[in-house]
Design a protein around this ligand. Sequence first.
Ligand code: MG
Ligand code: MG
Length: 258
Amino acid sequence: MLYFKTDEGVGLLKESNLLVSKTLAEIARYIKPGVTTLYLDSIAEKFILDHSATPAFKGYAGFPKTLCTSVNDQVVHGIPSDYQLKEGDIISIDCGVILNGWYGDSAYTFAVGKISEETKRLLKFTKASLEEGVKAAVAGNRVGDISYAIQTKAESGGYSVVRELVGHGIGKKLHEAPEVPNFGKKGTGPKMEKGLVICIEPMINLGNKETIQMKDGWTIKTADGRPSAHFEYAVAVNKGKADVLTTFKYIEEVLNKM
Ligand code: MG
Ligand code: MG
């Protein structure tokens, strides 16, 4: 069943997602060669607690940390560790919070120092595919319209779409209905109406679409070992145009100064 939020509910979700946007911007300041993913996790945890919120992923289904940090060929759900970032890496940072009982969830893939042109283009297309998905998240459309828009954009760049993991509804739970796949057909799936709040989160691979799970029981990697990118927005479906509850503005302000 789909939960349609009142304007008040959407407003509270906007606050929790704004805090995630600001947490990712805080982390952005520390991303450079030599820094461990565990250190980034500690920055995020402190920032969230300092803002009267709770890390949403820590303890969720037994996940041990505040962030998912997924480097290079890791797609999602990487566990922060003593791995030191190095020049040319990319790192997807996925962050969730609970503020006033409402969840926020967003992800951004960062470059560590200088990255190859090939990887830069992957990041650009993944973010663009997210934007295409957002354009389709309007009242009266179906979830498959979002899926189709993302897949079309990603594949137009020569990339492949991960099938095993999908976006989701969000509210007083981290994962609500509907599932929001990043591949699919127009005109299929649940019909969206004003007040539906969903996380759209394309996971796009440079090589082929197949993934494998690592022995830690969490980390998902590409089967061919080539890089993967991931960007995620929470959006409130509305008439004519979705209300994007996440903003990458703060992250990009930090990155532009580095
Ligand atoms: Mg999500
Ligand atoms: Mg997420």
